[in-house]
Design a protein around this ligand. Structure first.
Ligand SMILES: [Zn+2]
Ligand SMILES: [Zn+2]
Length: 258
């Protein structure tokens, strides 16, 4: 199968509270380094003909404005936690200018939560101006959006199944603390991988820094970027200086061409 060239842009690399966190005056939250300013986790994936985002958290509107996105083909969801779905209402701008429903993709559990949390988008008679959303249920089978072929990769977020996504040579995984061998098989061979690394201490539903490093090394991925970062991890520059070769912390607005 041939894959188009793609460009990945990190729209956000922060955990659910973002960095800085409201009310916090720690070293990281008061840092003046722009790499320590992390919106909620999401990426933009662009090929010559297609633009999609993975997740639309509470910062979705600002992320679209900041990257000057005028055309969006789809929103693909990893899981229904609020920091990944809360901004969905703001597809209204795209509805208005593109004159069509926004295509959204998620597993059954995620789409059920979206219908529950945005009920006004799914009623028979809609309020004028309510978001226009078209639901597409995905499972573990590859699916296609224009020229992008996307393979879902199941990972575990404590008890919750979460979808990672492989786009050719690139794999994106956020919100995981366990990856089964069958999923690692799907990830192996990726040239670039994104994985969550919340903080140094262990966490019940996220990989910590050392676990994330172990996963990357176990799967022998040559280049990895960590995301979904908490202020507890430390400053970008400090943590970056101690990472093994090939592994970096992602930061907002970083882009990678593949
Ligand atoms: Zn999250
Ligand atoms: Zn989550």
């Amino acid at each position: 199968m041939s894959y188009p060239d793609i460009k990945i842009t990190f729209l956000g690399t922060g955990t659910s509270s973002g960095v800085p966190m409201i009310g916090c005056s720690c070293d990281v939250c008061t840092s003046t380094d722009r790499k320590d300013k992390r919106l909620r986790s999401s990426i933009l994936v662009q090929s010559e003909h297609t633009t999609v985002v993975v997740d639309s958290g509470p910062d979705f509107r600002y992320q679209m404005l900041r990257e000057n996105i005028k055309h969006l083909d789809a929103v693909i969801f990893t899981h229904p936690h609020k920091d990944h779905v809360a901004g969905l209402d703001d597809v209204r701008g795209f509805n208005y200018f593109m004159q069509k429903p926004m295509e959204i993709y998620g597993n059954e559990m995620t789409l059920e939560v979206i219908i529950r949390e945005f009920p006004y988008a799914f009623t028979e008679k809609k309020y004028p101006g309510a978001p226009n959303i078209h639901l597409n249920t995905i499972s573990s089978d590859p699916f296609q959006i224009n020229d992008l072929v996307i393979t879902p990769v199941l990972v575990w977020h404590m008890q919750m199944p979460v979808l990672g996504f492989r786009f050719g040579k690139f794999t994106y995984i956020t919100d995981a603390n366990r990856i089964e061998e069958s999923s690692k098989e799907k990830i192996r061979g990726s040239e670039v991988m994104v994985l969550n690394a919340l903080r140094r201490e262990e966490h019940i539903s996220h990989f910590n820094l050392s676990e994330a490093i172990n996963e990357v090394q176990d799967m022998q991925i040559p280049a990895a970027y960590f995301t979904h970062i908490s202020h507890q991890l430390g400053k970008h520059a400090d943590v970056s200086s101690e990472l093994p070769e090939g592994i970096q912390l992602a930061y907002d607005r970083l882009s990678i061409a593949l």
